[in-house]
Design a protein around this ligand. Structure first.
Ligand SMILES: [Zn+2]
Length: 82
């Protein structure tokens, strides 16, 4: 197998594994608040709700957002052709 083919195969295997991860574990810990759902203000006295994860402490993986977008798009197309 040539190195180029091996590289392409490696990328495809990596993408397939990432897609499986996105399907089985769609959420990851929010990096902004480290899963707490609240962030400290700059002074460090007050904690505010995390805007990025809306206080859930979790966020959707980028790959899962893509999957959800494609799924919604397909559903919309199905409804339009009915
Ligand atoms: Zn957060």
């Amino acid at each position: 197998m040539s190195p180029v083919l091996a590289g392409i195969a490696g990328v495809l295997v990596g993408l397939a594994l990432y897609a499986l991860t996105c399907l089985s574990m769609p959420f990851v810990m929010c990096r902004k608040c480290a899963g707490a759902g609240k962030v400290q203000s700059r002074s460090g006295r007050v904690s505010r709700p995390c805007k990025r994860c809306k206080e859930s402490g979790r966020r959707l993986r980028l790959g899962r957002k893509v999957i959800n977008y494609l799924r919604d798009n397909r559903d919309r197309a199905d409804r339009a052709t009915r």
